[in-house]
Design a protein around this ligand. Structure first.
Ligand code: FE2
Length: 191
């Protein structure tokens, strides 16, 4: 992420810490379905969504407490903003749109994670979907995508969750079929 981050942190509903002893990670690892349930339910929480500060030019975000130790974010997308191509460092995840419409471009192919700088994509691997208010999707550990708000006038707002919490994100540029690894971001880069 490269936009202005508000300093506030808003716990998501129903995610308060349990008073009992912490289970082991294997007990609590959320499934893709649970991540998707969480982002959909949170996107439907109008009071929470309304607390996100919006900026006319830059993306804004607030960190949430995701289920089972997952990392979660509420993100605001001004018209014309997007992420660029990236992966999630081996984490699975889910996101849902709370307002407006987001476009997701993704690759229906598993890329080798290491040992390459440029890669020529084969024909037919591109996928596209539009996620309007209330729509969500889960994705696996090797998902590569970009998300953008194509609207010329309206903000979009979405909820995202990742498990394990993002260890890194690889950022790519793309020219036609050529994908190029540009940068590896670590959590300290977007806190
Ligand atoms: Fe992503």
């Amino acid at each position: 992420m490269s936009a202005t981050a508000p300093a506030t942190s808003v716990p998501a509903p129903g995610t308060e810490a349990s008073p009992t002893a912490a289970p082991t990670p294997a007990d609590t690892a959320p499934t893709a379905a649970e991540l998707l349930d969480f982002v959909r339910a949170t996107a439907a929480d109008a009071d929470l969504v309304a607390r996100l500060p919006l900026d006319p030019e830059n993306r804004t975000w607030v960190q949430l407490e995701g289920p089972g130790g997952s990392e979660a974010w509420l993100i605001g997308w001004p018209p014309g903003t997007g992420t660029g191509w990236h992966d999630h460092g081996g984490s699975q995840g889910a996101f849902a749109t709370a307002a407006g419409t987001l476009r997701e471009d993704s690759l229906a192919v598993r890329l080798p994670t290491e040992g390459w700088r440029t890669l020529e994509l084969e024909d037919g691997v591109d996928r596209y979907r539009a996620l309007s208010d209330g729509d969500g999707r889960a994705f696996g550990r090797h998902h590569v995508h970009q998300v953008l708000n194509e609207s010329g006038a309206e903000h979009a707002i979405s909820v995202h969750a990742y498990y394990p919490p993002l260890p890194l994100m690889r950022r790519y540029s793309r020219t036609g079929a050529l994908l190029r690894l540009e940068e590896v971001e670590r959590p300290e880069d977007w806190q």
